[in-house]
Design a protein around this ligand. Structure first.
Ligand code: HEC
Length: 215
């Protein structure tokens, strides 16, 4: 006499379900991987010249003005790449020159271990402010006037070389022995980072007075 077994206690049922779920999850992860790779692929100088928006623009975005604007459609701020502007008194860095400058900045950021105190794109420590959108911090305007510098990049480079002589917050950043050339690279690196569309990250940035264009 065969006993009727409920499907829920049948081993074969669970084995098959596990195989299907694993298979489906693997396909989904592969698809998501390719989707993300497309989303984070760096744009080119041609994209910038033709107004093609990429989440991660070409390094030559340092040749352009970057603002931060509220997108009602997306419900958060997005970086907007505007007209051309000079960077350290120069215009039109080629893509190679801009990439070299960014690399110098990235190496300095790694060598000086900025992530010991700061976060970059959310990674790092929480002692000091997140640097993802530091370039767009309205604080630099007042800072320029205070240091008698004509441009934001010069004010930022001066801060990076001598932060404890020119504190902007109550909590101070130590002098890390950053050279003028490294400071220039770091400013390029941070300017580029601010142009990355991070889906509105970091959230608290928008609460800063004057950080969002037109508010
Ligand atoms: C020992 C901790 C520490 C390290 C390491 C450090 N910082 Fe800072 N940084 C701070 C603190 C604290 C502040 C806030 C004080 C201020 O603005 O005067 C700050 C502020 C800043 C600001 C201004 C941010 C803003 O928009 O208000 C920038 C830009 C910056 N740091 C960049 C860097 C870079 C680049 C490095 C690595 C080369 C670095 N920091 C390493 C502690 C640190």
């Amino acid at each position: 006499m065969s006993k009727k077994v409920s499907v829920w206690t049948d081993n074969r049922f669970w084995q098959r379900s596990a195989a299907w779920v694993t298979g489906f999850a693997a396909m989904l992860l592969i698809w998501l991987t390719f989707d993300s790779m497309g989303q984070i692929a760096m744009g080119t100088d041609n994209d910038l010249q033709n107004g093609v928006t990429k989440r991660v623009p070409s390094p030559s975005v340092i040749n352009y003005k970057i603002t931060y604007e509220m997108s009602d459609k997306r419900g958060h701020e997005v970086p907007v790449i505007g007209e051309k502007e000079t960077f350290f008194g120069r215009d039109d860095y080629s893509e190679e020159e801009a990439r070299a400058l960014l690399n110098l900045g990235k190496l300095a950021v790694q060598a000086k271990n900025c992530m010991n105190c700061h976060t970059l794109l959310g990674n790092g420590a929480y002692y000091a402010p997140d640097l993802t959108k530091a370039w767009l911090d309205p604080m630099w305007d007042g800072y320029m006037a205070r240091l008698g510098k004509d441009t934001k990049e010069e004010a930022m480079a001066e801060f990076l070389q001598f932060p404890s002589e020119n504190p902007s917050h109550g909590r101070m950043m130590p002098n890390l022995g950053i050279t003028a050339e490294e400071a220039k690279g770091i400013v390029a690196f941070l300017k580029h980072m601010s142009s990355i569309d991070t889906n509105g990250f970091p959230r608290n940035f928008s609460k800063m007075q004057g950080a969002i264009h037109g508010k």
